[in-house]
Design a protein around this ligand. Structure first.
Ligand code: PLP
Length: 441
């Protein structure tokens, strides 16, 4: 077993190129090979368990290797693994669309499938653009998009274009179209006190939209919290204020719930917290409970109807659009929320996480802690001597049996929704010990 591990690790470093990874560092350091998983634990090729502290990059919901999800997948496998969705349809895709239309907020009634969050965003952008060309009162000059400072919407060209994290875009700037975006803005004293939370003041957003609304097709927003920006939580009411601005100035409101969807904020969808009814919603990540790549873009009947008629076709599709295995497991994922009362049980874990974060926030070297539901960020102090304070912390966490992945100097904690009280205690205590042990570095 040991020799097999060594062989595999060497082959990885010889043949693979990992996402969002500096390969020079990857090749230089020992790496884990995950062979199996159960519940909230991953097991490496040496049989060592690790708590999955970021739910396998924000996707896992009900735990790994769940009997109900396994059974749904196996049952579908006995029928058909894949059949095209171009010109044909199949039961799991139909049933899932009906379920999604029921459980999502507002008037979302139409489901367009794809396979990654970025694709769901691209589809949302293309839909919005074409809608303004074909709606009853066409406004073809509406061709641009509004997005927020620090936004992240995925890594394909359109999704990168509306993204605002320079690190992820600068090398590809020549490929990108330019959205209208809000700068973090001047400090303000409005009731939302926006800029204190690192998001643009709502008045600054309004100023930009008032100036550009005639050319704006849509506003795209991560509701409640910007995940990739380092778990930056908006002030209460901010997402709703954005939605109201979009309505006031006749922009479509696209919510990117790729990260926040499927329970991460404590409700099934983040929009529910502020009574928001989006025109278009992008879903991904947790949609299959963390099993298979599936994404969906939902929209309203009003937008859908603008695509009915000759020469009004929506020209988008992927070879694996609506894959039956993905849809079957997504259906089982949704059913589990009801069968296991996942969101009711989650509430006490969210409270526990909040208490733990308040304690962590008092430790030296911790600049701030932020939380939205089961999503949390612990921002560490950087200095010229220690530009990457998160690295030794994560190494030590791994040594103690917890896997986390940071965003820059922010430690992210986002376990599966079904993390137990004991597991959460282990996670928080371990971080507390490690951070307290750093001698204030
Ligand atoms: C992860 C993420 C995406 C991109 O999803 P992929 O499946 O990685 O393409 C888009 N938007 C948000 C808010 C995300 O967190």
């Amino acid at each position: 077993m040991e020799s097999n591990t060594i062989r595999l690790e060497q082959a990885d470093k010889r043949f693979l190129w990992h996402p969002f990874t500096q390969q020079q560092a990857w090749e230089a350091e020992p790496q884990l090979i995950i062979e199996r998983a159960k519940g909230c634990y991953l097991f490496d090729s040496k049989g060592r368990p690790y708590l999955d502290g970021v739910s396998s990059l924000w996707v896992n919901v009900h735990g790994h290797n769940h009997p109900a999800l396994n059974a749904a997948l196996q049952a579908q496998l006995q029928k058909v693994a894949h059949t095209t969705f171009l010109g044909l349809t199949h039961p799991p895709a139909i049933e899932l669309a009906q379920r999604l239309a029921t459980v999502t907020p507002g008037q979302l009634t139409r489901v367009f499938y794809s396979d990654t969050g970025a694709a769901a965003v691209e589809i949302a952008l293309k839909m919005a653009l074409q809608y303004w060309q074909q709606c009853p009162d066409p406004q073809p000059q509406k061709q641009r998009f509004f997005s927020l400072a620090n936004a992240y919407h995925g890594d394909t060209v359109g999704a990168m274009s509306v993204g605002q994290i320079d690190l992820y875009r600068q090398a590809y700037a020549a490929l990108l179209f330019s959205p209208v975006h809000a700068d973090p803005g001047i400090p303000c004293s409005c009731p939302l006190s926006c800029t204190r939370h690192g998001v643009p003041c709502i008045h600054e957003v309004e100023r930009i939209i008032a100036a550009h609304h005639r050319e704006l097709a849509a506003m795209i927003v991560e509701p409640l919290v910007q995940g990739a920006a380092g778990i930056r939580v908006y002030p209460a009411g901010y997402t709703r204020a954005l939605w109201e601005l979009a309505k006031q100035y006749h922009l479509l409101f696209i919510v990117d719930e790729v990260a926040t969807g499927f329970g991460k904020t404590g409700r099934l969808f983040a929009c529910e917290h502020e009574g928001i009814e989006p025109d278009i919603m992008a879903l991904g990540k947790g949609i299959t409970g963390g099993y298979l790549p599936l994404a969906a873009t939902l929209t309203t009947e009003e937008i859908y109807r603008a695509f009915l008629g000759p020469e009004r076709t929506f020209y988008h599709g992927h070879t694996y659009t609506g894959n039956p295995l993905c849809c079957a497991v997504a259906l089982a994922n949704l059913a589990l929320f009801e069968q296991e009362h996942t969101l009711d049980r989650l509430q006490s874990r969210i409270d526990q996480l909040g208490q733990g974060l308040r304690q962590l926030a008092t430790l030296p070297g911790v600049v701030a802690t932020r939380q939205c539901g089961i999503m949390a960020g612990i921002e560490l102090q950087t200095s010229p001597e220690q530009p990457h304070p998160e690295r030794p912390v994560l190494q030590e966490a791994r040594r103690r049996g917890i896997l986390l992945r940071p965003l820059g100097n922010v430690l992210v904690v986002m376990p599966p929704l079904v993390i137990s009280e004991q597991e959460m205690t282990f996670l928080l205590n371990t971080l507390s010990i490690i951070l307290a042990d750093r001698n204030g570095v």
